[in-house]
Design a protein around this ligand. Structure first.
Ligand code: NAD
Ligand code: ZN
Length: 267
């Protein structure tokens, strides 16, 4: 792509460079991270494919096999709730069997060394926390599928207890504390974004000096607006992704290839 052809959504962007050479990409990224004082990493389903969890659009993945359940449908109908729980149990078997990969581990190490301030993730698999990231510094934009929560009082429920309840009663669980509906702690399509997580993500995007995207098609809104916010306020924007994204032109550096290869062992 010719940088002079770039159309930017709002600021004068620097020339964009696409790098496919692993060593060259790692070297540049490592330098940018070293120079950064407030580096934020933003991840999507692509960071977990090397752990064996298919991304959103991969054929055969749970996401492509079944029509998504909308939030309103979950609230309105018991049979839909039971179907949603069935899918969550299936999904969690896959998450439980997965291990954090080189990409997750590199990000966790960088965070422990305080070279990465925070991780904003669209993922719901809990692998950033399992790889050693500081849980308070992982912002989950779409929630977490590895446990349930009451829709009214937010009390946490373990999936094992939910499963037992369904097996014993045939009904989707209600909250022990307030009687509200319990749902996997993820954001379904049609459900409002979590206010706290969105506020944190916005603050981080507005104040970082380096924003690194790893493994997102950058098609799901409002998450995909965060890299633009970061770039507009002057942060360096790096996108690590196997396929082109609609924001490549906004980035300063695009590393096209495997996240594990570009990030694994980076310091
Ligand atoms: P997406 O599936 O739309 O895009 C993933 C991107 O990652 C693709 O562009 C692909 O080219 C790239 N990719 C895949 N494997 C890669 C690898 N090893 N190295 C480099 N690039 C790779 O993902 P999204 O943008 O996160 O949006 C999907 C939505 O679905 C999110 O909202 C997320 O909550 C949900 N989701 C989550 C999981 C999970 O938690 N692991 C899995 C699937 C979907
Ligand atoms: Zn409750």
């Amino acid at each position: 792509m010719n940088p002079s052809d770039c159309e930017s959504p709002g600021r004068e962007f620097q020339d964009m460079t696409v790098v496919t050479d692993i060593n060259a990409g790692r070297e540049t990224l490592s330098r940018l991270i070293g120079e950064s004082r407030r580096c934020v990493v933003f991840t999507g389903a692509g960071i977990s494919t090397e752990s064996g969890i298919p991304d959103f659009r991969s054929p055969g993945g749970i996401w492509t096999r079944k029509k998504e359940i909308l939030f309103d449908e979950f609230v309105a109908d018991e049979a839909t709730r039971l179907e949603d729980w069935d899918r969550r149990f299936e999904m969690n078997e896959q998450f439980d069997a997965a291990e954090p990969n080189a990409g997750h581990i590199a990000i966790a190490k960088l965070q422990q060394q305080r070279k990465v301030l925070a991780v904003i993730t669209q993922n719901i698999d809990g692998l950033h926390q399992r790889s050693g990231c500081v849980p308070e510094r992982v912002v989950e934009l779409h929630g977490n599928a590895t446990y349930g929560a009451c829709l009214d009082c937010e009390a946490r429920q373990e999936l094992g207890d939910v499963r037992t309840c369904i097996e014993e009663t045939g009904h989707a669980p209600r909250c022990d504390d307030c009687g509200g509906l319990v749902k996997a702690a993820v954001i379904n399509f049609g459900q409002a974004m979590p206010v706290d997580a969105m506020q944190k993500a916005l603050m981080l995007s507005e104040t970082c000096d380096l924003f690194v995207v790893a493994g997102s098609s950058l098609l799901v809104q409002p998450a995909a607006s965060l890299p633009v916010i970061a770039a507009r306020q002057g942060a360096h924007l790096v996108i690590i992704n196997r396929d082109p994204t609609p924001l490549d032109d906004v980035a300063e550096l695009v590393l096209r290839g495997s996240i594990g290869a570009f990030l694994g062992g980076i310091e």
